[in-house]
Design a protein around this ligand. Sequence first.
Ligand SMILES: C[S@@+](CC[C@H](N)C(=O)[O-])C[C@H]1O[C@@H](n2cnc3c(N)ncnc32)[C@H](O)[C@@H]1O
Length: 378
Amino acid sequence: MLNELNQSNDIIKIVASNPLKTSCEYRKIVLQPMLLREEEYFQAELFKGTQVIHKNISAIKLSEWAENNLEGKYKQILVSLRNKDVTYLYSKGKTTRLVQSVAERKPILRANNRKKEYILNEGDYIPAMFDLGIFTKDAKVVAGMYDKFKQINRFVETVDDLLKNYDTNSSLTLLDFGCGKSYLTFIIYHYLTNIRHIQAKIIGYDLKTDVVEQCNVLARKYGYENLHFVVADVSKDVLYNEKIDVVVSLHACDTATDYALNFAIKHQVHYIFSVPCCQHEVNSDISQGDGDIGVLLKYGIVKERVSALLTDTIRAMLLEDAGYKVDVMEFVDFSHSPKNIMLRCVKKGRSKPHNAPKIRALMEKYHFNQTLYRLLYE
Ligand SMILES: C[S@@+](CC[C@H](N)C(=O)[O-])C[C@H]1O[C@@H](n2cnc3c(N)ncnc32)[C@H](O)[C@@H]1O
């Protein structure tokens, strides 16, 4: 029993080394206090071969965690406190406890102590932020990556609005359509598993083989066992087909967004968070006709924007028909990204094709097609 763990405010560091058994999963474990969203945690670095896996353990659960993961597993456990080092040596069933006084020192909390504005903050230790080039080595946002940082943060915040009370005893499966380099996918995995402690399984889909391969390498490096990336064309390949709780898409190109939404509707996915990207389909077909909005199609740049807004309106209306409560929201300021509309949807009821006839009439009047409509009704 490591009695000192009850004084978690005084702990500077814990190091467990020299596994007692060859079957021990980690060759060394280091724990240090840190602040995460103003709560005190211990960050565990778990050394396995050449890998270092990170886990956050709530300060109140530290003793219980140590009992299950440290005690009886390592020959040496060093607990460094403010004014002393306590070393436990285990050998042949005997425990020796050595105490050495040291000059007073203070725990260095790695995340800063200011009032947190975001879910992700400069100073937080999130491995993917470093490897994907969003954070510098000292956990500051890289100049030039601030817009991406802001987008991911806002995306996760909107997810948090709906999932913060998710039952941690239930598992959650999330699919990310057009994940690309997967900044968002890694951060959502971190958010769900390390911050919300939800048993999450995440699959990211993208067309690009090299990018998907690289993301899988990183997921393995962090020990993210339930995060996988798959090369797939979401418009035609067979995707994961078991129970899915959440679908996300962030700037999935053009009609890839429609395939994500269609998939979510057909699989009765409870939550959808979708930020559409470039939208060429309606813009390339639509023609003035003799209707009221004809005047908005006269000038190229205006036509392009009207077409994009029309596309998102149609998507939102079709999602409502499919029984979703839909929030059409500005997810970041226009200055961070002009593609800044999010469709945030929660499945509430049954399908009622109330809007579909109006959409059909609009498509006929202005001579355009829309992929989500086609996938659902043709
Ligand atoms: C603009 S990137 C966005 C990447 C990522 N979601 C982000 O926000 O950083 C769009 C991604 O969608 C992928 N994509 C486009 N069409 C796709 C399709 N039919 N199936 C799978 N991925 C697709 C592209 O390969 C690209 O990586």
